[in-house]
Ligand binder design. Structure first.
Ligand code: SF4
Length: 274
């Protein structure tokens, strides 16, 4: 079966009843899952065969990843207009004032207004915007439990864990091995907090890319002929306050940001994205 042309087309085809028969909580989540290649469009039983077939025939010209991402962001932006933003702010640990919801992303203000327009004290990267929208729209707002778990222990995390290691933990370890100021920068630049060493690590820093989705980075120095290692942990509520795809995006986005930081400080060999 061919991939759909873009996320907007998927969303427009759905009846928006949020009946959950596809296994997703909302039609919006389903459209996003199809867009990201995690679900086939025919998993929605409300779509008739003719529509699916027609849709597939017309989707031969696939958009670029950037176009698809733009379309998906537009869907999320439109959905913001359909929710009570003040109530959402209360739910997700944000502040609401003057028609704007504002929360902290890595210690910096990040806002959205009732029309879905974003403004922030930091660069607005796609790796932040999609999780940010999802968090505001669908996050349960559960209080952080402070029980740390690996990505593979989160719901639907185990099958994606090998890719998470490749896109998040391995590049972060490479940066940490070379650029020794990384953990200071996490604290000074990104509002992180060094915490009591966890899991017998040599250093543990907690970052907050979203208020109720903290991420803990633990690093073990090389010792007795053993290589250094680095693992990333999430609060056990992460898969309730965010979808697993967005959790993945945050981890991979942070790793890429640290690679760029190392590059700026003269460690090009720390980067894999070039
Ligand atoms: S089965 Fe279809 S209509 Fe129901 S929630 Fe999923 S996408 Fe929406």
């Amino acid at each position: 079966m061919l991939q759909p042309k873009n996320a907007m087309e998927i969303f427009q085809l759905l009846d928006r009843s949020n009946c959950q028969e596809c296994g997703e909580k909302t039609c919006l989540a389903f459209a996003g899952a199809v867009f990201k290649g995690q679900k086939k469009i025919n998993k929605c039983p409300k779509l008739d065969r003719k529509t699916i077939e027609r849709f597939c025939e017309e989707s031969e010209k696939q958009n670029t990843v950037e176009q698809n991402r733009e379309e998906y962001l537009n869907i999320l932006k439109n959905e913001i207009g359909n929710i009570d933003l003040a109530a959402a702010a209360k739910r997700v640990g944000a502040h609401f004032s003057g028609d704007k919801l504002t929360l902290k992303v890595l210690g910096k203000n990040f806002s959205v207004d009732k029309k879905g327009n974003l403004s922030a004290d930091i660069h607005i990267n796609p790796w932040v915007t999609i999780p940010f929208f999802y968090y505001v729209l669908n996050g349960k707002g559960l209080a952080v439990s402070q029980n740390w778990v690996s990505f593979r222990e989160l719901k639907n995390g185990s099958e994606r864990y090998p890719l998470f290691q490749k896109r998040c933990e391995e590049p972060m370890k490479r940066v940490a091995d070379l650029y020794t100021d990384l953990f200071d920068d996490m604290v000074q630049i990104f509002g992180g907090k060094q915490v009591e060493k966890q899991f017998e690590s040599d250093i543990s820093v907690v970052l907050r890319p979203l208020p109720k989705v903290p991420i803990m980075v633990c690093y073990w120095l090389p010792e007795d002929g053993l290589e250094s290692s680095l693992n990333v942990f999430f609060d056990e509520t992460a898969d309730k306050n965010l979808d697993i795809g967005s959790v993945f995006t945050l981890g991979a986005g942070l790793a890429q940001m640290f690679e760029k930081l190392a590059l700026r400080h003269g460690f090009p060999e720390a980067g894999s994205y070039q």
